[in-house]
Design a protein around this ligand. Structure first.
Ligand code: AMP
Ligand code: ZN
Length: 452
């Protein structure tokens, strides 16, 4: 069996064949650090993470690069509004992003590249594009990419340049716009007063890069002119990734990324979760509502990455209950010796994940494994830990709760009261245990104490 992934370039599921046998170069568009990311953004990063985890699980050596956009229209706008230096604002939110990443158990990328560290590399690409006639300078000193010179323009978002409106002959200064406004886009933005003290003095003059050139420069510098996989959310297809392909391939004459994978949106009442719509939650908002970040992670797996998913607090609360159950199931066997991985379960997990990362099926399989009484505890433990290399629920870090002596003694006493059929004493002891923050649950095999 081979790993099949949906490649946005071909619009089909394709067998994944990396450029070199066992190595994969993976680039994920990272956060624009002007504010806290919202949980829609985290759908994109969790998707990138499960892809990376699965590639590693399948034996590939993955070099994962994620950029930090610390210069663009939004970072300038907000640093000015808050009277802060650009770096003060972006460094703060970069740190906050790393905290969220760790809380979500996202495996850190091999490298996080800051756009402001790659201005020279961007300038070099822009100079090549000018030299080759794909770009032109305007009177104010800005540089634009001429989309009409690139015969392949539109190959990712699947449109023909001839289908664009007449005004496609114009120029787009903004970083973000939709397909209907496709025009020549800015590679280099000449300084104007609204940029304040944010500029670089380069061979191109005084100014700053456009957003799209940033990712071309960082990805090619770190992974080579042609690399394997590029990911992001579907809103990145146009214009961001279309423009990345255009400027990179016109500069190098080579394929940029062999595969592009895009996650669908996290929605709220049918509308994409976005800062600009005001319909967003951050990870902190969830934590304040007692939802663990890993419960959100579990919830993300319940929908395939290429389907839109509607966010509700009820749904994520359901995943919180599910995560707790999963932890309880693992704790019940975690003290067993480690056995062998159940091969038939592993084969099925690979079959589902090989099919374009079918996490809903993979998750259902985890539950089937949990509930299968025929698998010996030590083998179940080994298999669950193996699955968790992909899921990232942190099973290997779970610790058995240490139940305080007092609670243990009260529980024993209550058990005796039950045996004596002294129900009022048993209830009284249950309340006492509860007041200490624990609960006792009875089952056919005895009782179990857990933290409330
Ligand atoms: P940005 O910081 O806006 O560049 O977004 C970072 C990542 O989050 C990109 O890959 C976006 O495509 C992705 N993204 C933005 N909004 C959503 C959403 N509502 N659902 C899923 N992914 C999103
Ligand atoms: Zn990008």
């Amino acid at each position: 069996m081979a790993l099949n992934i949906f490649n946005t370039l071909s619009h089909t599921k394709e067998e994944f064949k990396p450029i070199s046998n066992d190595k994969v170069g993976l680039y994920t568009c990272g956060p624009t650090v002007y504010n806290y990311p919202h949980i829609g953004n985290y759908r994109a990063y969790i998707f990138g993470d499960i892809l990376k985890r699965y590639l590693v699980y399948r034996g590939y050596k993955v070099k994962h690069i994620m950029n930090i956009t610390d210069i663009d229209d939004k970072t300038i706008r907000d640093s000015q509004a808050q009277g802060k230096k650009l770096s003060e604002l972006t460094e703060f939110y970069t740190k906050e992003f790393y905290k969220d990443r760790d809380a979500l158990n996202i495996v850190p990328a091999e490298k996080y590249t800051k756009a402001t560290d790659f201005i020279n590399e961007m300038v070099k690409i822009i100079e090549i594009l000018l030299e080759k006639g794909f770009a032109y300078k305007t009177e104010d000193g800005s540089v634009y990419f001429n989309i009409h010179k690139d015969l392949d323009y539109g190959k990712l978002s699947h449109f023909k340049i001839s289908d664009l409106k007449e005004n496609a002959r114009g120029r787009m200064t903004k970083d973000e716009y939709d397909k209907d406004s496709a025009e020549d886009f800015a590679l280099w933005k000449a300084w104007d007063e609204s940029d304040g003290d944010v500029f670089w003095q380069t061979q191109l003059g005084k100014g700053r890069p456009g957003w799209h050139i940033e990712c071309s420069a960082m990805s090619m510098h770190e992974l080579g002119e042609t690399f394997d996989l590029h990911t992001g959310g579907v809103d990145n297809i146009f214009p961001h990734h279309e423009n990345e392909i255009a400027q990179s391939e016109c500069a190098t004459g080579k394929t940029f990324s062999k595969y592009f994978m895009h996650n669908e949106h996290l929605m709220v009442d049918g509308i994409k979760m976005a800062k600009s719509s005001g319909n967003f939650y951050t990870l902190r908002d969830l934590i304040e509502k007692d939802i663990e970040p890993l419960a959100f992670r579990l919830w993300i797996y319940t929908a395939h990455y290429r389907t839109k998913t509607n966010f509700t607090l009820d749904a994520v609360n359901g995943s919180q209950v599910a995560l707790k159950r999963l932890y309880e199931a693992f704790k019940a066997i975690m003290n067993s010796d480690i056995g062998v991985i159940d091969e038939s379960y592993k084969e099925r997990l690979i079959e589902y994940m090989d099919d374009d990362l079918d996490t809903p099926k993979a998750l259902a399989l985890m539950w089937e494994l949990v509930h299968n009484p025929e698998i010996e505890p030590e083998n179940k433990k080994a298999t669950m830990l193996d699955f968790d290399r992909i899921f990232g629920f942190g099973l290997e870090n779970l610790k058995e709760e240490i139940i305080p002596k007092e609670v243990q003694l009260l529980s024993l006493e209550r058990e005796q009261a039950r045996k004596d059929k002294d129900w009022s004493k048993s209830d009284e002891l249950r309340d006492k245990i509860k007041s200490l923050g624990y609960e006792v649950k009875d089952s056919d095999t005895g009782y179990k104490i857990s933290k409330i």
